[in-house]
Design a protein around this ligand. Structure first.
Ligand code: ADP
Ligand code: ZN
Length: 723
């Protein structure tokens, strides 16, 4: 027996299948998709068995497979096929496609293994009736009569020596059972009675299996209930479901609702789990012990069989696109591939669908569904826009008078406030007032952000940090000042303005510890704080009934990012955060501060007018030849020597020009962050109408540079960000 094994060689983005012979002792356990250990040069590597043959193809002596890593196949037939398809559409290596499907502890590397944990249980042996017991021994026997089998730990707590005696007598027999690290809730079976609007959406989905749906639903329209109802229907048919959410740690409330309804049929995969816990969840899914998987992007690869529906919540979120490292896939595309295999449906929901998806819905490629009302007739919050050009004459660049007044009113009424500023740190940059010197990251082409709590300057791209100087390194004057505002500065200001209010800051810096995020959300919900201040983390799917005011400190931060999606992202962020206000019986309001009050992305938020925004933005995309009218592909050339890179980039551009007639080719230009982590970056952008024509030339270019260590080529289809 000979096997073809796909191995990962260091971090090169190459696929290599090597032949190995299989010793007779391992023959029974070798299967396609199982992991094995193989010798490779002087190393031992892990790899996936992709081929099983009777005879070798080469004349060379083959080396032997050393051992089989798992008891079970980790990549089933469907996932093996999916990986091959993914490689084709993303132009990444097959091994990287397989790796991204597996939890960390199952990736084929030569790292350490996560163990399966076992628990020891005891039962009574049939002979127990021949003995008589008293005291602690009797207590143990009675317990076992009642419960059949009991965890060793529990019995030892009664009396460790009695357990030993009973074992010696042969009264107890032990057995082991796998121990999952996480504890599971039992379902309450509680169900909400759906509104007519919700029911209509559910009916349409379940009456038309094997279709793709786009659900436009305003914030608070009860999309989650709709998802659960659809899933319940598929459960009743014996089918499984996947629910994708943008960032699962940001949506503990949603997971909680699912766990309440479906109990231990849920497997939730999120970054808060340890590697061991993820491994356990993965195996529960693999064995069919869980039928609903909820998780972020990579949960789309959950090894479920018989999938009935795949839900993509907040479908517009860019977190569904993996940007780095490769494979640069979009979870939505993978969802369509899996749905096709399983003849399942895909339901994509959002209050601000991506332009791509809405355009497809309008063309009839997706079936369009809508929820236009909040449940129980609650109205959408009233939004007002404050022109900060006028306010800033009064010296206050942080808070307008109307926002301050409203915060005051809400605090007096014991209602809660959410404030959004999409920029962490204290100030946006720091510079010398005397000579104009600005502090930049030595590794990246970007200004450093001042963090007051740690008194450091930090790079938000590579993580570089240094202590703050009190005089300018260039002119030596003591005239260092900070400009712009971040969440830290707002927090400080709030403490001065509202000294008796309790303020909670939630951003990347305050939530880095595991579990911190969930803790903050529940303490805010339990009314332990009055004001929740933070970055876009505060905008996502949270449901706090007592929040009646949402304030946006500066709506322009996301508008000023040089990206063709900046208007779309701004509109979507403002709508999301506005949707956090007035979700229960108290009516809510939203105040948006901006220096661009007339910009359509901001102005239309006032009317919650997604459709006008969509029309306006579509016109602009058409004029500028951007998605959804054109596809985009970004080719990035990176390396340490900028002039060599520049030369090669021009060569690449010329060869594209010669080969691609109908494609718009832009560049090479320096990436918007030219230097990142000491690596220089150029890019070429392709805009095209037909997908098929560019692949072969791109493959040629990649092959050409494959072994060139001075330049690295990365290809990103439908890039979500082009830093
Ligand atoms: P969305 O995801 O559309 O923003 P949610 O699903 O979070 O909305 O629902 C908003 C709130 O309304 C939640 O508190 C939810 O429990 C409640 N809700 C949803 N559907 C119903 C219903 N049919 N009857 C009563 N309450 C509902
Ligand atoms: Zn840096």
């Amino acid at each position: 027996m000979v096997v073809g094994v796909l191995v990962e060689i260091s971090n090169q983005n190459v696929d290599r299948i090597f032949e190995y012979s299989v010793p007779s002792s391992l023959r029974d356990s070798i299967k396609i998709g199982i992991r094995v250990l193989v010798p490779f040069g002087r190393m031992t590597l892990e790899g996936f068995v992709l081929e099983i043959k009777d005879e070798k193809e080469t004349d060379k002596e083959l080396r032997e497979v050393l051992s089989v890593v798992d008891q079970e196949v980790v990549l089933n037939q469907e996932l093996l096929e999916l990986g091959k398809r993914m490689k084709e559409i993303t132009l990444s290596s097959l091994i990287s496609c397989f790796q991204v499907m597996l939890p960390k502890s199952l990736k084929a590397k030569n790292g350490k293994k996560t163990s399966i944990k076992y628990d020891t249980y005891y039962q009574l042996s049939p002979e127990y009736s021949e003995f008589s017991f008293k005291g602690k021994q009797l207590e143990i026997v009675e317990l076992l009569k009642k419960r059949k089998s009991v965890l060793r730990k529990e019995l030892v707590e009664i009396s460790s020596s009695s357990v030993d005696t009973l074992l010696k007598k042969g009264v107890l027999v032990s057995f082991v059972q796998e121990h999952y690290r996480k504890s599971y809730q039992h379902d309450s079976g509680c169900k909400t009675i759906l509104t007519e609007e919700q029911q209509a959406v559910v009916s349409k989905v379940i009456e038309h299996p094997n279709q793709n749906f786009l659900l436009y639903g305003v914030t608070g329209s009860g999309k989650t209930e709709v998802y659960m109802e659809i899933i319940d229907y598929y459960l009743s048919l014996g089918k499984t479901s996947i629910v994708l959410v943008p960032e699962i740690s940001l949506t503990p409330q949603m997971v909680e609702r699912f766990e309440k309804r479906f109990g231990n049929r849920i497997a939730a995969i999120h970054s808060g789990l340890s590697d061991g816990e993820k491994f356990d969840e993965w195996r529960r899914i693999y064995r069919g012990e869980a039928s609903i998987v909820i998780g972020a992007r990579s949960a789309i690869f959950a090894p479920l069989s018989n999938i009935g529906v795949i839900i993509i919540d907040e479908e517009h979120s860019d977190s569904y696109k993996q940007s780095d490292p490769s494979p640069r896939y979009h979870a939505r595309d993978i969802a369509f591939l899996r749905a096709k295999t399983h003849q399942a449906s895909v339901v994509m929901g959002s209050a601000t669908p991506s332009l791509e998806s809405m355009a497809r819905a309008q063309k009839g490629i997706y079936t369009y569904l809508e929820l236009l009302h909040r449940v129980n007739g609650r109205s959408l919050p009233k939004v007002s826009i404050v022109d900060m050009n006028e306010e800033s004459h009064g010296k206050n660049r942080m808070f307008s008078k109307s926002l301050l007044d409203s915060i005051d009113v809400r605090l007096k009424k014991k209602e809660q406030v959410i404030l959004l500023l999409n920029r962490r740190g204290y100030s946006t940059f720091i510079s010398c007032k005397n000579c104009g010197f600005t502090f930049k990251c030595p590794h990246c082409d970007i200004t450093l952000t001042y963090h007051k709590s740690s008194n450091t300057l930090r790079c938000h791209y590579c993580g570089f940090g240094e202590k703050v100087y009190d005089s300018c390194p260039k002119c030596h004057e003591k005239s260092i000042h900070n400009f712009g505002i971040g969440t830290e500065k707002i927090e400080e200001e709030l403490h001065q303005l509202f000294p008796s209010s309790r303020i909670l800051r939630m951003d990347f810096d305050t939530t880095s510890r595991k579990g911190k995020h969930e803790e903050m959300i529940s303490s805010f919900k339990n009314l332990e704080y009055d004001i929740l201040l933070g970055t876009q983390m505060v905008a996502k799917g949270l449901d706090f009934p007592n929040v009646t005011l949402v304030g946006v400190i500066n709506a322009d931060t996301s508008l000023n990012i040089p990206d063709f999606r900046s208007s779309e992202n701004t509109f979507s962020l403002l709508n999301q955060v506005a949707g956090r206000s007035g979700r229960s019986d108290k009516s809510g309001e939203v105040i948006i501060q901006t220096f661009n009050p007339l910009h359509y992305a901001i102005h239309l938020t006032k009317y919650h007018d997604y459709f006008s925004f969509y029309q306006k933005e579509m016109t602009i995309r058409q004029q500028l030849k951007y998605p959804p009218y054109y596809y985009l592909c970004n080719i990035r050339m990176s390396g340490k020597d900028p002039s060599y890179l520049r030369e090669e980039s021009v060569k690449i551009k010329n060869s594209l020009d010669r080969n691609l007639d109908s494609v718009i080719i832009l560049g090479p230009s320096s990436a918007s962050v030219f230097k990142l982590n000491n690596i220089y970056r150029y890019q070429i952008l392709l805009k095209y109408k037909k997908e098929s024509i560019i692949y072969s030339i791109l493959i040629k270019i990649m092959d050409h540079y494959q072994s060139n260590s001075k330049i690295r080529i990365d290809i990103d289809f439908n890039p979500s960000q082009m830093l």
